[in-house]
Design a protein around this ligand. Structure first.
Ligand code: MOS
Length: 768
């Protein structure tokens, strides 16, 4: 059952890492989670624990002041493998005698399983295994919930056999949306009640704040449910050798998946090896072994043959997680000079048949001195949520940033100026007071018109802005470096490249530290046979892995110096490695080539283990995003014309992969605002668009020019940048649409019918 009780208290700093709660090994390092001030109490950075002081080794090997590779534009070392198809994703793995697995899933949103009859399926051609995932008497809680599983020798025969599984259901009452579940007359569908309270919050004197206010806005804001839509669907290839399992998994965490598979199968973790060489997107839905991974491994165990189990698009939408909805009925006040006073919110959200968005970090970023909040998670009969890109932040950002524009309008202040006035105290991880004016200047914000484009004709343009924050700190990763007598360098680390470029930056930092070209280094990652690293979640991968790689490489180099020093007649501590040579620091002529240095190893190999230490990474980042949109008020269609993203991320490891994180993040936020929508039929509870035809994503022609201003802060060390840029564009787009049309836009997605309805409402007297 859901685990709502284990949520952190409101005001505790971190938004709930939903779904990570009771999940085995799924949690990324705690320090890396978003550290936005829940309730706006503390400026960004102050709420988080102070960073640990640098370790002695980190002080000895700080990031280089004059790097050769760090911060440059290094192309992905596996780019050619990817574009030629040599790179093998999980679904590309084929094993001798391999079967194909398939899950039989509930077509109903809520039912009791009366009976499951596998006999016909078991007799079908090619079938080697079938079993009940749930037993008769058990309940299925959503469309797509797992019921049984089958494996046969071809995909077609597996599908045929799956159709032969006879399941009898007794339909039970269900909820397709929050309103149905919150109805006081609704039946109790979920054990423990259909809603679960979050922690209430009451800070300051809310009524006194409203008394001081010149303007008060009372309105309801809402963000919808979307799914992760990884281009590579969830997949496992499982193969047993005796009691040992090898699992090629599409996962964001080989070690968390190892633990999850071990738990799910009831075997020791030491008997499970998980391999993930290439991954086509996870976004939080692949942080741990899902039900499909355990089922694939079980089918393989039963059949004593390897099994491939890859989910189809419909299964992806129904049962691999979603971003929970979040709504808030808000009352907020502002003084005549634009100072925020009181913020009152009753929020809710649904993550399906389990825990929802939890205590949202609202109001987001800005400080209202007086705050009063309640929250409830609402359970409905849909697939359960999983963390999705900065969990809680995109929702909290929208609920707050749209309100901020409305408040700015009330006091007739420019939205940028209004934000600067109310932004938190400036610290390196919260640079809003710098980024907002700088972005406004670069964007040509002075050309923004007041709310409502006066231009005649149906096309109205508008500007919008929004700001965001996220954690993205590091800890704990281990690594192993081998330097061989022939000069070969291998860096091994059990982190994984989830499409972000991790393999490239592992090689980059190794090469930088050893004074070698990146091509001279082999990065081996994505395997539980390598030293332990956490899951790639919470934007923690680079800040966890890069310090580990740097220090492990440095320790290996020290060992090589000890071997080389006597041949040069110097002491080891006078040596440095640059430009493919090892030489005396103050006398570059006194040295040897890397190859010759390694020859001193003879029959030896330098083989060093080390791990992350504090001092080369830090936590929290800030950013601001600006956009210009064109709205056709006759069709309701929004076209994003241009985007400017300002983002800091500490030390830039590889400028190219860093920027590509920001492009991807911005586009995903645009998808959240304009396209994606998980639609459940309100009567049947069935998802009506479980595909990629009616579930919309931006196409190339929808994506405008995206300008990125990357703020280098090398002195802060590495900070994760994956999630922060995914947070705020959706709110900026909504603000731009409102600026264009003059109509209140308070809920996502901004589909044409909603834009048209908002314009009609505004014409009829408006809501402002
Ligand atoms: Mo992310 S939601 O931590 O993959």
């Amino acid at each position: 059952m859901p685990n709502f009780d284990q949520q952190p208290p409101a005001g505790g700093g971190a938004p709930t890492p939903q779904g990570r709660g009771g999940a085995p090994g799924g949690a990324p390092p705690a320090g890396g989670r978003g550290a936005a001030p829940a309730g706006g109490a503390a400026p960004q950075g102050r709420g988080a624990a102070p960073p640990a002081p640098p370790s002695a080794l980190a002080l000895k090997y700080p990031w280089p002041a004059k790097p050769v590779l760090l911060g440059t534009r290094v192309k992905r070392i596996d780019g050619p493998d990817k574009v030629t198809g040599r790179a093998k994703y999980t679904h590309d793995i084929n094993r001798p005698g391999m079967l194909y697995g398939r899950i039989i899933r509930s077509p109903l949103p809520h039912a009791r399983i009366v009976s499951i009859d596998l006999s016909a399926a078991l007799k079908a051609p090619g079938v080697k295994a079938a079993y009940n995932v749930k037993e008769p008497g058990a309940q299925v809680m959503y469309q797509g919930d797992t019921v049984a599983a089958v494996a046969a020798d071809t995909e077609e025969r597996t599908k045929d056999a799956a159709r032969l599984v006879k399941v009898e259901y007794e339909a039970l009452p269900h909820f397709a949306n929050e309103e149905q579940a919150m109805d006081p007359d609704a039946p109790v569908v979920f054990m423990g009640g259909n809603t679960r309270p979050g922690t209430a919050q009451d800070v300051g004197d809310i009524e006194a704040g409203f008394k001081q206010s010149a303007h008060i806005i009372e309105a309801t804001y809402y963000t919808h449910v979307i799914t992760h839509v990884c281009l590579e669907s969830h997949s496992i290839v499982a193969e047993w050798e005796g009691d040992k399992l090898t699992a090629w998994c599409s996962t964001q965490g080989v070690f968390p998946s190892q633990q999850g598979l071990a738990m799910g199968l009831g075997i020791p973790a030491a008997n499970v090896r998980v391999i993930t060489q290439y991954m086509g997107g996870g976004f939080g839905s692949k942080l741990q072994a899902g039900a499909e991974a355990v089922i694939g491994a079980k089918l393989s165990q039963m059949a004593k043959l390897p099994v491939k189990l890859t989910l189809d698009r419909k299964e992806e939408h129904l049962d691999t997680g979603n971003r929970p909805s979040a709504g808030a009925k808000v009352k907020a006040g502002v003084t005549a000079d634009g100072t925020l006073t009181s913020y009152q919110a009753d929020s809710w959200g649904t993550g399906g048949a389990g825990q929802g968005v939890g205590n949202l970090p609202i109001p987001y970023i800005y400080t209202f001195p007086n705050r009063k909040r309640t929250h409830k998670d609402v359970y409905i009969n849909s697939g359960t949520q999983r963390p999705m890109r900065a969990p809680g932040h995109p929702q909290a950002c929208f609920l707050t940033e749209v309100l901020m524009d409305e408040l700015a309008d009330r006091v007739k202040m420019d939205p940028v100026e209004f934000r600067i006035k109310n932004a938190p105290v400036q610290v390196p991880s919260a640079m809003y007071r710098t980024y907002l004016p700088e972005g406004a200047k670069l964007f040509g914000w002075d050309k923004r018109h007041a709310t409502g484009d006066p231009t005649p004709g149906p096309i109205k343009t508008g500007f919008g802005v929004s700001v965001h924050t996220w954690g993205g700190g590091g800890s704990g990763t281990q690594a192993h470096c081998d330097i061989m007598a022939d000069g070969t360098v291998v860096m091994k680390c059990g982190t994984q490249d989830i499409g972000t470029g991790t393999r490239t930056i592992v090689a980059l930092v190794t090469a930088e530290t050893l004074g070698l070209p990146i091509t001279a280094v082999r990065a081996e990652i994505g395997d539980t046979n390598y030293p332990r690293s956490g899951g790639s979640g919470g934007s923690t991968t680079a800040p966890s892995a890069m310090p580990a790689i740097r220090l492990t490489a440095a320790k290996a180099l020290e060992a090589l110096f000890v071997k080389v020093a006597p041949t040069l007649g110097v002491s080891a501590d006078t040596l440095v490695a640059t430009n493919g040579r090892i030489h005396v620091k103050d006398d570059p002529t006194k040295g040897v080539t890397w190859k010759d240095a390694c020859k001193t190893l003879g029959a030896d190999t330098i083989s060093v283990d080390h791990m992350w230490e504090a001092g080369l990474s830090s936590v929290n980042s800030s950013g601001a995003q600006f956009t210009e949109v064109a709205v056709d008020i006759e069709t309701g269609i929004v076209k994003v014309k241009r985007i400017l993203a300002i983002q800091d991320c500490g030390l830039v490891v590889d400028r190219l992969t860093c920027e590509s994180q920001i492009y991807g993040g911005v586009i995903s936020s645009m998808n959240f605002a304009l396209y994606e929508d998980r639609i459940l039929d309100r009567v049947t509870g069935q998802m009506v668009n479980p595909n990629m035809e009616m579930y919309l994503l931006a196409g190339m022609s929808d994506i405008p020019k995206i300008d990125i201003i990357l703020k280098d802060m090398p002195e802060r060390g590495v900070v994760g940048v994956g999630e922060p840029p995914t947070v705020s564009l959706s709110a900026a787009i909504a603000n731009a649409v409102r600026n264009a049309t003059g109509a209140a836009i308070r809920s996502l997605p901004l589909h044409p019918h909603k834009i048209l309805a908002a314009i009609e409402q505004q014409k009829a007297g408006g809501t402002l």
